[in-house]
Ligand binder design. Sequence first.
Ligand SMILES: *Cc1c(COP(=O)(O)O)cnc(C)c1O
Length: 408
Amino acid sequence: MSPANNTTTYAAARALAPTPRYGFGTLAIHAGSKPDPATGAVIPPLSLSTTFKQRAVGDFVYEYSRSDNPNRANLEAAIAALEHAAHGFAFSSGSATTATILNTLAPGSHVISVNDVYGGTHRYLNKVASSVGVETTFVDLASIDNLRDAVRDNTRIVWIETPTNPTLRLVDIAAAAEAAHEAGLFVVVDNTFLSPYFQTPLDLGADIVVHSATKYINGHSDVVMGVAATNDDALASKIRFLQNAIGAVPSPFDCYQAQRGIKTLHLRMRQHAENAQRVAEFLEASPLVDSVIYPGLPSHPQHALARRQMRGFGGMVSFRIKGDTHTADRFLQRTHLFTLAESLGGVESLAELPARMTHAGLAPEERAELGITDNLIRLSVGIEDADDLIDDIEQALVSAVAENKLPL
Ligand SMILES: *Cc1c(COP(=O)(O)O)cnc(C)c1O
């Protein structure tokens, strides 16, 4: 990009980040979204061109759309602003984000990852990174001593996800970052489950924050995308280089859609959390439920850490229905508002059975160790009316549990 063109949408947008001069909602609406200087369009137009006219050789704002384009630059500026970062990046999926960041590692490097990391991240580390000589140790990061014990001479990165999926365990980001930095390691935090509205890992000491933007950031279940952000200039230039060299980039249209989603992220997250809290409290009081996992419940084993580290408890609730996998299956077929489907973070409520859907790839012993029982149901609580969601859950619970076989 030519530094002479600092009146463009792009440069103006970048200039807004990372100073958190404005509140979250103001940044969500204005960061990376200045009126188009050429036409005055209040919403920056969708720019589908793959290539851009140069005024003289090398004198351009944008060169080629894989390297950079107006819609992606705008979205990246918004992500950077919301994550309190100097640099934001967008990729074609959350998985492509993971792959690109892990490609910064040289063969022979070692990664420490939280043990109940997202399934696709586990698969990438175990099956893809390992084939290019990057080895991973999966550890329970509930204790930071486990992190210290796993460090080797060639360890480079600690990969954290908090809260985890689907059992919503937390990792103390500040404590993990302190231990990792003592050992000279970078810390990556997958912030997908909370969004920057409820948690900003860079403020807690993480070096890179990543998201599956497919979930809350886009928020409307119609874009697959990933994003990353960092304040480390050297890391940022490596990631920028690899973003272009690997080329796992999102389309301008998807960037445009995700940015439209971001403009209501604060409103959506507040409602997700309010509804999830009500759903979790309803479930906890129900005799048809064995246990409920939600960081906003005082019964959550890390509720105190949740209060310290997060600004809200998010929209994901997991619970064990009284009964077995058949009871759970009946429940999932009988809800009218919660749709039986994978994924999460959209405006609509979804429900799924991790043991046979998202976490079917784990060995039964691994599922047992993580508490992913056959009756564990994961809810992505949407932003419908909470009363309607609770009524829907109640009727499905009553009908599903009523058909449990009576004890002999
Ligand atoms: C969905 C998800 C991913 C992967 O993102 P995709 O956009 O599906 O590639 C990574 N981490 C978490 C926590 C996720 O939920």
